[in-house]
Design a protein around this ligand. Structure first.
Ligand SMILES: [Zn+2]
Length: 294
């Protein structure tokens, strides 16, 4: 096992569900058609006029699932001072009893703060979370300020060694991702985008190949906020402000029990970045700009 400190410094933010903590919920929304079972934007016959399909990256070599980390290479001038705050709504498949016992895997106050500050954001939601908090999931998806992306159904790892998370077998990877999209549909979540974040950020070529049929673009990040397990909001704020560059993707959490400082951090980070000329965008805007430049 790695220490919490190294965990925070390297990748993680998403491994929360695997560790001893747990909880939180988000709530917000945005606007795209959900991917269908085969990975296409889902044009349900009964859906109202469909908004522009969210941009995706072209597949990688041999058709592998493409991976997006940030838009930094294409955003060097002040006119493109964009930054995407992303919030992982972690809940592991086996954490139901903990939620039933009162642990909060949601964070409605954080979502309310994003709304009050008018900060567009992308929420990477697990299917299990949408099942636990369907009203909040619907609420997030119904707000054009937000977009909902896929963070797996189970929050199990897609590689063999990922912060102690249980592992999804290769043969079950596609199904796990599609099960999350199904959970979103059942909960009535709108504005679902065809983006996927690997739990723990852990992936390899085999995982990318397994997800090719889903049509998702994998979304990583270049700025680790360090909000997972943090108790010092000031330290998290400094880490974000030190790390952000034009085109950055910042990973944070909307899980109250596992990331209790995040709402406070957002209240500090947002005005500080705006004072530096940054504009907050959803991940889809960064992906769109990167896709155009390729
Ligand atoms: Zn996660």
């Amino acid at each position: 096992m790695i220490s919490y400190r190294s965990l925070r410094r390297t990748v993680l933010s998403c491994a929360i569900g695997a560790l001893a903590l747990g909880a939180a919920a988000c709530s917000g929304g945005s606007g795209h058609a959900p991917p269908g079972q085969a990975g296409r934007p889902a044009a349900s016959p009964s859906a109202p006029a469909k908004p522009t399909a969210p941009p995706r990256l072209a597949p990688g070599p041999s058709g592998l699932t493409p991976v997006f980390k940030s838009a930094q290479r294409g955003a060097r001038d002040a006119a493109e001072r964009t930054v995407a705050l992303t919030f992982d709504a972690d809940m592991t498949a086996d954490q139901g009893p903990r939620a039933a016992a009162g642990e909060h895997f949601d964070n409605p106050r954080l979502i309310a703060t994003l709304r009050r500050l008018k900060v567009p954001a992308t929420v990477f939601m697990t299917g299990r979370w949408a099942e636990e908090y369907p009203a909040q999931a619907r609420d997030i998806g119904g707000d054009r300020l937000f977009e909902v992306a896929n963070h797996s159904y189970s929050h199990y790892a897609f590689t063999g060694d990922c912060y102690g998370l249980p592992t999804v077998p290769a043969a079950g990877m596609r199904a796990d991702v599609e099960r999350a999209f199904t959970a979103f549909r059942r909960a009535g979540v709108r504005h679902v985008v065809p983006y996927f974040r690997f739990p723990g950020g852990c992936y390899d070529k085999s995982a990318l190949r397994a997800l090719t049929p889903t049509g998702v673009t994998a979304i990583q990040w270049d700025v680790v906020s360090g909000d997972a397990f943090a108790t010092d909001a000031g330290a998290v704020t400094r880490q974000v402000l030190d790390g952000v560059r034009p085109g950055s993707v910042v990973v944070m959490h909307c899980t109250r029990s596992a990331a209790p400082t995040t709402e406070r951090v957002v209240r500090d980070v947002v005005p500080a970045l705006r004072a530096k000329g940054y504009r907050f965008v959803r991940v889809s805007e960064l992906v769109g700009s990167a896709a155009r430049k390729r």
